[in-house]
Design a protein. Structure first.
Length: 396
């Protein structure tokens, strides 16, 4: 299992132009491979070309194209390998179908092999990395350097360059006390713990929301391909990038603390990709309440549901268990009665059988911590791991 150690790059204007050239080559090769793969359909006798055959074709293309030959062969071959891995993930796991890469959106490339080890520390604050056909590029040394076998250079929509080194992280050790926690992910409460703690992703400030609304109105009035539209989109991207950075920082701090405080971490088994699909439907069968569903999708993604679990699985290796999510929010964590009317509102759960009252998200988290789900007939299932019940939150 690998992780990434990311640093902020500081390329010169000339180096930035060369980096953008590498991004264009990687994007072009990826799209060519996707075009080849898209022409294949099930039932054909011949299969689409894989990495080895495409690498041979790339050698021929570089011989015929001065533009490709001017770029790095490592960058272009790695784009083919990344596409081959994306296709394998699509057929073997819950990954989406590979899509076209667009300029201004997908700006990045990967370097592997001995070239990825050419990293030098300059002083306490700066280091540099040797990028093929670009030269030594400085980056901000915000954390200790680690030995890596590959790295990825990317530019986000706000125009910031980063280099991410692939490293094998050391897992975080648990307390060894057998402590169990359940985590219920929601929209109003980003993560509710079975201990009663409610965690929230830092939202946008009032000033940021006001400025974003103004920029979006300006974008709607601007002409396509105009300089004003380009500047407005860049300003919006900077605000979005700030929000993304805050969410990532919150996820990192939250998952590190949870991994250190609990030995067993239980979360709902949610299919976020399916949950955040658009409700537009088709021309013949249009969807209903499309705008409401789009707002829900944005809220789910803004609360970092997927990031939270992915980071927990990497930090607390082998200690994260996924519990079926069915009826966890409708079941009383004290008496086990399932009643869909017991959840009076988004925040209040009141059991009509035993009178237990608690925060609805915390109640669901306690059920998750116990490893309980309820089937369609209302019978409690066997806990996933230990049968020891977690401490119940204080009644309100």
């Amino acid at each position: 299992m690998t992780d990434t150690s990311r640093f902020r790059l500081a390329p010169t204007p000339g180096q930035e132009a060369a980096l953008l050239g590498h991004c264009a080559h990687a994007r072009y090769i990826w799209n060519l491979a996707l075009e080849q793969w898209s022409m294949w359909s099930a039932g054909r006798r011949t299969s689409p070309p894989r990495f080895v055959e495409q690498a041979r074709q790339l050698t021929e293309a570089r011989a015929d194209s001065d533009w490709l030959r001017a770029g790095s062969q490592t960058v272009q071959q790695q784009a083919l390998r990344d596409f081959d891995q994306a296709v394998a993930n699509f057929f073997t796991g819950p990954h989406r179908r590979p899509t076209w890469r667009k300029a201004g959106v997908h700006e990045g490339f990967r370097i592997v092999g001995p070239q990825a080890r050419r990293v030098e520390k300059l002083n306490r604050r700066w280091a540099r990395v040797l990028v093929p056909k670009v030269g030594w590029v400085k980056f901000r040394l915000s954390k200790p350097l680690t030995d890596a076998k590959s790295y990825r250079v990317a530019r986000d929509r706000a125009g910031r360059w980063h280099v991410a080194f692939a490293v094998a992280p050391d897992p975080i050790a648990g307390p060894g006390t057998g402590a169990i926690v359940g985590i219920d992910r929601g929209v109003a409460v980003s993560a509710a713990l079975s201990t009663g703690e409610k965690l929230h992703v830092p939202p946008q400030t009032t000033g940021e929301r006001r400025r974003l609304d103004g920029l979006q109105r300006r974008l709607a009035r601007s002409q396509k391909c105009s300089n004003r539209r380009t500047r407005t989109k860049a300003a919006i991207a900077k605000l979005r990038a700030r929000e993304v950075d805050r969410r990532k920082n919150w996820v990192e701090q939250t998952t590190t603390r949870i991994a250190r405080e609990f030995d067993v971490i239980r979360v709902e088994d949610l299919r976020i990709v399916q949950m955040t699909r658009s409700a537009k439907g088709t021309v013949d069968s249009p969807g209903k309440r499309v705008r409401q569903k789009a707002g829900l999708n944005r809220s789910i993604l803004a609360n970092g549901w997927g990031q939270l679990v992915r980071r927990l699985e990497r930090k607390a290796v082998g200690r994260v268990e996924k519990i079926p999510a069915a009826y966890t929010s409708q079941t009383c964590s004290r008496c086990g009665t399932r009643d869909r009317k017991a959840r009076e509102s988004q925040a209040v759960f009141r059991c009509r059988s035993c009178g237990y009252t608690a925060n609805a998200d915390v109640n669901a988290a306690v059920n998750i911590a116990a490893g309980r789900a309820v089937n369609a007939r209302g019978a409690a299932e066997v806990p996933v791991a230990e049968k020891r019940e977690p401490q119940l939150p204080t009644s309100t």
